[in-house]
Design a protein around this ligand. Structure first.
Ligand code: DUC
Ligand code: ZN
Ligand code: ZN
Ligand code: ZN
Length: 487
């Protein structure tokens, strides 16, 4: 039957081990992984000799059908996921955004948007204000399968929350076993920087980068890390774009703090000097926050990923057409922030990190899939090729090549920040829960086939944290004894 599939003769790769083996799939699940599996004629066999058979990618950071900066992203849950599948990503975690501060309303809106899904997905929830209602709603969200909350330290006057509220949020996350995530840039300083650029007459896309330099990302990253240390709760820093932020994460991790750093593919692969391009639309297509930095940061982030300072790769896929980018033709503050990546991430990370010799193939699986599954507590259902895991699988041919171009990509956006990128290592087949959805450069997807993946709290990042809490409490229970004052 069509629900049975055998992948034969490939090199099966997991995060810590690879072997030549067959993979047998039934009804969307992996049933067996063995050196030799024989099946009847009714089972479809895919020959993977000479190719890598790996867990489908999991993108921890996307924005599909996101209403943002007076417009809405071009990719919705169907087109964005179709693009993802064509590029070897079989699951993503999107950011549900509250409506007028209501998490419940925001969650319901995203549930609705996701009904057209063609691959599995989960949600993070953004926290954009703070009061007792929000705190209570966070508990509800955990019951609904959300185990991570994102706090914006930037976007003053819109999404930003200050230290007092961040502190409350971190404490609430800790009590729920939910992972706190931060967009780490200093929103107050950026606000001032933007006003300064406009005063100086720098109204083009380069003003965006000049108004929010790496030092403001480093500062906010350091502040979030220290507050998370004070609360003693794990922290996930989204879109690490600069050496400044990366070094703060390195320092914290060296001291044993539970900090996760997520670079995104545009930050690893691109040079932000494009923002200085004389053609507005060309420059504006690279505009996102934090900005893509100038040359040097990209290579440093790659090295940090290769050495374990950073743990997994996302995209922040958040796409706007040229006409939408043109909303900010007279003022960079009105250019919708965001770049593509959901379709390119798997190929580019292969090219930049594996082809270049910086990491092994097992490392590739870890930082494109397995680590994400572990952090968000869905391993080994996702992120592994093991009996019992979901059959989300890609077959990559290391001797074939890929090319990126907006002319043939599957996203609805009219440009591509990786335009013209060619490399070796082509994802020839994508299997989503046992169904072959990408093969011979063709997509076979249908809306409504993706499932919502509930994620439970208290991932491995919380293991043993209570020991530090206990020893701190212990230290408070032994106050210094002093003789009564005679003064
Ligand atoms: N940055 C972007 O570029 N887009 C979406 C939100 C964000 O933080
Ligand atoms: Zn591991
Ligand atoms: Zn962000
Ligand atoms: Zn984002």
């Amino acid at each position: 039957s069509s629900s049975k599939l055998l992948i034969k003769g490939g090199t099966v790769v997991n995060a810590h081990h690879q072997q030549i083996a067959d993979v047998y799939i039934e009804d969307g699940l992996i049933v067996a992984v063995n050196p030799t599996i024989t099946v009847g004629d009714e089972v479809r066999v895919i020959d993977a000799t000479g190719k890598f058979v790996m867990p489908g990618g999991i993108d921890p950071h996307t924005h599909l059908e996101f209403e943002f900066m007076n417009t809405v992203t071009k990719d919705d849950f169907f087109s964005g996921q179709a693009a993802a599948l064509a590029g070897g990503t079989t699951m993503h975690i999107d950011f549900a955004i509250p409506i007028d501060g209501s998490l419940t309303a925001g969650f319901e809106a995203y549930e609705k948007k996701a009904q057209k899904s063609c691959m599995d997905y989960g949600f993070h929830m953004a926290i954009t204000k703070w009061d007792e209602t929000v705190a209570r709603e966070m508990e509800l969200m955990v019951e609904k399968g959300i185990n991570s909350f994102k706090f914006f330290m930037a976007y003053k006057g819109a999404l930003m929350i200050g230290d007092e509220l961040l502190l409350q949020g971190l404490k609430k996350c800790k009590s729920l076993g939910a992972l706190a995530m931060v967009h780490a840039e200093n929103g107050d300083a950026i606000d001032e920087g933007q006003k300064k650029m406009i005063e100086l007459g720098i109204t083009g896309p380069e003003g965006h980068a000049l108004s929010r330099p790496p030092v403001l990302e480093g500062e906010a990253t350091a502040r979030a890390i220290r507050l998370a240390d004070f609360v003693n709760t794990p922290l996930y820093v989204v879109h690490v774009m600069s050496i400044d932020a990366m070094e703060e994460i390195a320092k914290a991790r060296t001291s044993g703090q539970r900090v996760i750093g997520e670079p995104i593919v545009s930050g690893l692969a691109l040079d932000g000097s494009w923002l200085w391009h004389p053609d507005f639309v060309t420059a504006a297509k690279y505009l996102m926050s934090p900005p893509i930095r100038k040359q040097g940061h990209d290579k440093a982030l790659q090295a940090a990923l290769a050495t374990g300072v950073l743990q997994l790769v996302g995209t922040d896929h958040c796409v706007f057409n040229s006409t939408q980018k043109s909303l900010g033709i007279d003022d960079f503050r009105k250019i919708p922030n965001g770049v593509n990546g959901i379709e390119e991430r798997m190929h580019l990370v292969w090219d930049i990190m594996v082809e270049s010799g910086q990491i092994s193939v097992t490392d590739y699986v870890r930082l494109t899939s397995t680590e994400c599954a572990r952090i968000f507590n869905i391993y080994p259902r996702k992120g592994a090729i093991l009996p019992g895991s979901d059959a989300d699988i890609i077959i990559l041919n290391p001797n074939s090549s890929f090319e990126v171009t907006a002319k043939s990509h599957h996203s609805r956006v009219d440009t591509n920040v990786f335009e013209g990128w060619r490399g070796k290592g082509k994802i020839e087949v994508t299997i989503s829960r046992g169904r072959v959805v990408w093969e011979n450069n063709e997509l076979k997807v249908a809306p409504g086939t993706g499932r919502y993946i509930e994620m439970s709290p208290f991932s491995y990042l919380f293991d043993g944290l209570d020991k530090k809490d206990a020893s701190y409490l212990n230290s408070l229970q032994a106050p210094v004894k002093r003789a009564k004052s005679t003064a």
